[in-house]
Design a protein around this ligand. Structure first.
Ligand SMILES: Cc1cc2nc3c(=O)[nH]c(=O)nc-3n(C[C@H](O)[C@H](O)[C@H](O)COP(=O)(O)OP(=O)(O)OC[C@H]3O[C@@H](n4cnc5c(N)ncnc54)[C@H](O)[C@@H]3O)c2cc1C
Length: 372
């Protein structure tokens, strides 16, 4: 098929944010082109843990929370539609999470977490060490207590991202594998994107969904997009000794039984620039924590070690909407540790703005103007 030289909308970035924007645009009658320089879901969107946790975590104590609540509703609405349309099953499922404390300090953190979770409308049970052991017989001897959170959700982020793109393509979107090197302008209005292969695509609207690489947008826009790459690593372990619980959490880490039959454990949060190489030191840190929580994990074999970059903004909330002073330019990035959870809302809100200039989704506090 021949590449288009013009489009209604060009979306830069084939991560979950860009693919969600593309999908929703096609449901509104637009025919976008997604330009991705590596492959769809080739960055963080293809390697995230896939937890849809509105109950707590970075950014869940501010104006991001109403948006992710809407996003979880959209995830549940999308799941059967995308599965039917593409045959790809992202395995969206409801799970309980057992969060345990390893240190006396963790107990205070757990109490604060419980208060936050209850404030967010979750059902939470506080458990002493005996009750924790009943639920999870393989738990480590040093575990002091825990908390059970009900009604949280999990999916496979790689499949979600690919199914969004595939569904968008069957509705008329186009995927182009190329790097975007800059924008074309007529005064303050965007007129197209320039590609690394020397080609260009004319368009009246551009959505910038470049994940952590949004940090380079200063060169294109002349304004800072305050997004920092925070590296996170996960070990996928093949083992015959699985925990009883589908999801164990502790401090900033987790162990999750995934539908691929592997036990995923992580994670790390490192400032390492744009380095995406898995590191031995991260693997060691992950296993140190995991083996205190569930000692039998050391009997397993690491089948895959992944590393990727979260796009994190200074207030842990996404940067969304029209870029002030630049006609036809929109941004959808910075969802940080919640980018999979937030993707449907990011996608729908951006598509609403591009096609009608307004959205019902609560994105007003999340514009780039808050940092300018
Ligand atoms: C270890 C780890 C675990 C995580 N777990 C969870 C979780 O459980 N739940 C959750 O909600 N979130 C989680 N996240 C966060 C989530 O993965 C990210 O927030 C999300 O994937 C970001 O999506 P994105 O589309 O904005 O960026 P990305 O997935 O990084 O995609 C951006 C894309 O833009 C492309 N691109 C950049 N510049 C250009 C250019 N100039 N031209 C063309 N293409 C370009 C890149 O190649 C890339 O494919 C996790 C992240 C990590 C690292």
């Amino acid at each position: 098929m021949q590449n288009s030289s013009s489009a209604d909308v060009v979306i830069v970035g084939g991560g979950v944010a860009g693919c969600a924007v593309a999908y929703y645009l096609t449901t509104m009658g637009a025919r976008p082109v997604v330009v991705e320089r590596e492959q769809v879901a080739g960055a963080a969107s293809g390697f995230a843990q896939g937890g849809l946790y509105t109950m707590s975590g970075a950014g869940m104590d501010g104006p991001f929370l109403p948006l992710v609540r809407e996003s979880l509703r959209l995830h549940r609405e999308l799941y059967p539609v995308l599965t039917d349309a593409t045959g790809l099953d992202s395995r969206l499922a409801e799970k309980d999470i057992l969060t345990v404390s390893l240190e006396h300090d963790d107990l205070a953190t757990l109490r604060a977490l419980r208060a936050q979770q209850e404030a967010n409308g979750f059902t939470v049970d506080y458990l002493d060490d005996r009750q924790v052991r009943e639920l999870e017989p393989g738990i480590g001897p040093g575990v002091l207590g825990g908390m059970l959170t009900r009604h949280t959700w999990l999916l496979d982020s790689d499949t979600l991202t690919k199914s969004l793109m595939l569904a968008a393509e069957s509705n008329g979107a186009e995927l182009r594998i190329a790097g975007v090197t800059g924008l074309r302008w007529d005064g303050g209005r965007v007129t197209g994107v320039e590609l690394a292969d020397g080609d260009s695509i004319a368009c009246a609207n551009v959505v910038l969904a470049m994940g952590p690489w949004s940090a380079f947008l200063r060169e294109w826009l002349g304004v800072d997009i305050p997004v920092l790459p925070i590296k996170g690593e996960i070990l996928r372990i093949r083992t015959n000794t699985m925990p009883a619980m589908a999801h164990l959490g502790w401090q900033h880490s987790y162990m999750v039984k995934k539908p691929d039959g592997l036990l995923w454990t992580g994670t790390t949060e490192d400032e390492a620039g744009f380095d995406r190489d898995p590191s031995a030191s991260a693997a060691e840190r992950i296993m140190q924590g995991a083996s205190r929580v569930f000692p039998a994990i050391t009997e397993g074999v690491v089948e895959l070690h992944t590393a990727c970059l979260r796009p994190v903004s200074p207030d842990n909330a996404p940067i969304l909407g029209a870029v002030p002073g630049m006609q036809g330019v929109y941004i959808a990035t910075g969802a940080g540790r919640k980018g999979i959870l937030a993707a449907p809302a990011l996608g729908k809100a951006t598509a609403d703005l591009v096609t009608t200039g307004a959205t019902d989704l609560p994105i007003a506090p999340l514009g780039l103007d808050r940092f300018l």
